[in-house]
Design a protein around this ligand. Structure first.
Ligand SMILES: [Zn+2]
Length: 427
């Protein structure tokens, strides 16, 4: 991505950037061929957003990168080795044509969508990993050549190389092994990619330990100096790390990375954590949060800046614990709440998304009550729209040079709303 990413403005370490889109993104956003950062990395399942078809995707926002999971397109042969590239290659229009994603910038990721992180064995071969999905027993072999063949067929704008995430509570030896094996995969990918198009993302591993995060970032950045890497993927979070461990590890990695390349962070995409990551200098974030809360019938109201009517305290709600963990504050409406039954009120006041313009809280409450799938579709459309508006506001504050104020005001308001609704606020 070298030369395709440009930092336009800063507020402290937080920065506004733009990523030039490739030829696959002729349409761009409102005719432009750039993507503004900080922005979201939207997860997909088999190439589509959760609950939202790609035809409806434009209703949410164009200001997002799209994660394509390698495992969703894997076809396994008799030896459990990875195939799948042949089908897409024969189709001939890459993942953009195959999945109706024209106009989108995509990242081919080795990770599974959402929280199903792909876990890797620590093996001996430098061109092969053996991994399994969290909670599943089937093991999958993936080689560097498998990855490159799939990338060649899919023509994603960016792709990450194979890497090894250290398990939680890893020993010093395991941390070192994960870092050096990941670098080995990076070197193998660089040396064997030849004509494989797309920008390679160097993956930074190292668990929750600052020492190993720093080592991984430093060594990966050395490869970037040759022009072989177009950006960085800081990976391996979401394994139960504490906020302090997360922050220390992310900061240790970012400080080693060159300024002129974009930094993508995987893991938790809650608003508080996203704002802290932006403050540390991250450009793109995992974005399962708007979809996760939608599964509980919760519509986000992140940018409203006011206490919303009709939001009962979490303690009175059927999904209180889960919803509370996901939302962390009062800036939302739980559409399961019975008081919305006859409401003709817009889902979220003043929101201009498709769902809010076309439908009422009462209708969404009805859809949820009868378990109609359309409920999650509409809530996802709204939530992603709202989340992107929140990121847009963050970008504007960086451009104006007052991001610190934006962040502290946001946190204060979230805390006030949570307290006013009888909830405590996570630290
Ligand atoms: Zn809306």
């Amino acid at each position: 991505m070298s030369g395709n990413f440009h930092v336009e403005a800063r507020s402290g370490k937080a920065r506004i950037g733009s990523i030039k889109c490739s030829n696959n993104c002729e349409q761009g956003f409102q005719g432009r061929k750039v993507l503004d950062t900080p922005c979201a990395l939207v997860l997909t399942r088999k190439g589509s957003l959760p609950n939202v078809t790609n035809e409806l995707f434009p209703l949410t926002s164009r200001e997002a990168l799209v994660q394509i999971s390698l495992l969703d397109f894997a076809v396994f042969n008799a030896n459990d080795a990875l195939g799948g590239a042949e089908v897409i290659s024969q189709y001939g229009k890459g993942v953009h044509g195959f999945c109706s994603l024209k106009g989108r910038s995509t990242i081919l990721s080795v990770r599974a969508a959402g929280s199903q992180e792909f876990l890797f064995d620590v093996g001996a071969r430098k061109d092969l990993i053996v991994g399994e999905l969290r909670g599943q027993t089937q093991r999958v072999k993936v080689t560097v050549d498998d990855l490159l063949a799939l990338q060649q067929a899919m023509s994603c704008e960016f792709f990450e190389h194979l890497s090894v995430a250290a398990p939680p509570n890893a020993s010093k030896k395991q941390h070192e092994s994960s870092v050096w094996r990941s670098l080995g995969f990076l070197d193998e990918t660089i040396s064997r990619r030849s004509s494989c198009k797309g920008q390679l993302l160097g993956v930074v591993q190292g668990g929750f330990e600052a020492e190993y995060r720093s080592l991984s970032a430093k060594k990966t950045a050395e490869r970037a100096a040759t022009g072989a890497i177009g950006g960085f993927m800081i990976s391996g979070f979401g394994f139960g790390e504490t906020p302090d461990q997360w922050e220390t590890a992310v900061a240790a990695a970012v400080v080693e990375l060159p300024d002129e390349l974009p930094r993508i962070l995987t893991g938790d995409g809650s608003p508080e954590r996203v704002l802290r990551a932006i403050e540390l200098g991250i450009d793109v974030f995992d974005c399962s949060y708007p979809f996760d809360v939608a599964e509980f019938g919760i519509a986000l109201a992140l940018e409203s800046g006011k206490v919303l009517p009709g939001s009962a305290p979490f303690a009175q709600q059927p999904f209180s614990r889960c919803a509370y963990d996901l939302c962390g504050s009062g800036q939302h409406v739980n559409l399961n709440d019975g008081e919305h039954e006859l409401s003709r009120q817009q889902i979220i006041d003043k929101c201009t998304c498709y769902a809010c313009i076309k439908h009422t809280r009462g209708y969404l409450h009805h859809l949820l009550r009868v378990q109609e799938m359309l409920a999650e579709t509409l809530i996802c459309i709204h939530n992603l729209f709202n989340y992107n508006s929140f990121l847009k506001a963050a970008r504007e504050s960086i451009r104006a040079g007052n991001f610190d104020e934006f962040r502290s005001n946001f946190i204060r308001k979230r805390r006030q709303d949570a307290v006013s609704q009888g909830s405590s606020y996570p630290q």
